[in-house]
Write a protein that binds this ligand. Structure first.
Ligand code: NAP
Length: 217
């Protein structure tokens, strides 16, 4: 899969490295530092490279949007037409100072994003885990039970692509339905962040959903 990373910070940088190591072709873009993008490409190995958002968009099957909400319009503007492509988003609709969500309840950030990019298949994924857990999960893949990772979207083909990348990253994809489910995903992501960053045991956390069978009476 050819993947363009739009936003090569904590999430985009680490997910890009993991997905490249899983065998995908990755272009890292959108950082203040070209050197950082090149360093990420070296770290990722294989055919990974640094580029501009336009270069990341060109020829990509999938774009990963991993920027602060305030930078979404700018980076999409630089990426050019994304028509027909899959746009995976882990970006949360946070205020400038990251203290609260600026969108919620009746619409989600992912749906607002989909309204900006017509004919692009938006899938919400990866926002529910902190960046710090990405490398540990990837390193343990195929050895231990994978943690779950919820995703949602309105296009089945795009969701199949997303599920493959979620597996590549070492998680078990859990399809929770249409993109409107991002209204629940985004606050859940903040709950996970609260546990990750305000607990005392460190941010390297992921989650499982256990189904408990009914006991025979
Ligand atoms: N971090 C997490 O654990 C986590 C978890 C779930 C969801 N999220 C969401 O994922 C998204 C990304 O979060 P993050 O923590 O990865 O953010 P981040 O580390 O700040 O990464 C953002 C990237 O955008 C680049 N950027 C910002 N402004 C720019 C500009 N004017 N020109 C060029 N590049 C610019 C940054 O450049 P530099 O490389 O120069 O810094 C960086 O590469 C956010 O919406 C966040 O809410 C994050």
């Amino acid at each position: 899969m050819r993947i363009g990373i739009l936003g090569s910070g904590l999430m985009g940088g680490r997910l890009g490295v993991v997905l490249a190591r899983a065998g995908n072709q990755v272009v890292f873009s959108y950082s203040h530092s070209r050197q950082k993008l090149e360093q990420l490409a070296r770290e990722a190995g294989g055919k990974a490279r640094a580029g501009t958002p336009a270069e990341a968009g060109r020829g990509a099957d999938v774009l990963l949007l991993a920027v602060h909400w305030s930078r979404v319009d700018e980076v999409l503007g630089q990426a050019g037409s994304l028509s027909g492509k899959v746009l995976l988003t882990c970006s949360l609709p946070m205020s400038e100072d990251d203290t609260h969500m600026v969108i919620g309840h009746t619409i989600s950030g992912a749906e607002a994003l989909a309204a900006k990019v017509s004919r692009t298949h938006v899938v919400s994924a990866f926002s529910t885990v902190p960046s710090e857990v990405l490398f540990p999960v990837f390193e343990r893949r195929k050895k231990e039970k994978p943690p779950d990772l919820v995703y949602c979207g309105d296009n089945e083909g795009a969701k199949d692509t997303a599920a493959g990348l979620i597996r590549d990253a070492g998680f078990n994809p859990v399809d929770i339905g249409p993109l409107s489910m991002a209204r629940y995903v985004e606050p859940f992501s903040l709950l996970v962040a609260q546990i990750a960053y305000n607990g005392s045991d460190g941010p390297e956390i992921a989650y499982w959903f256990e189904r408990f069978l009914k006991l025979e009476s």
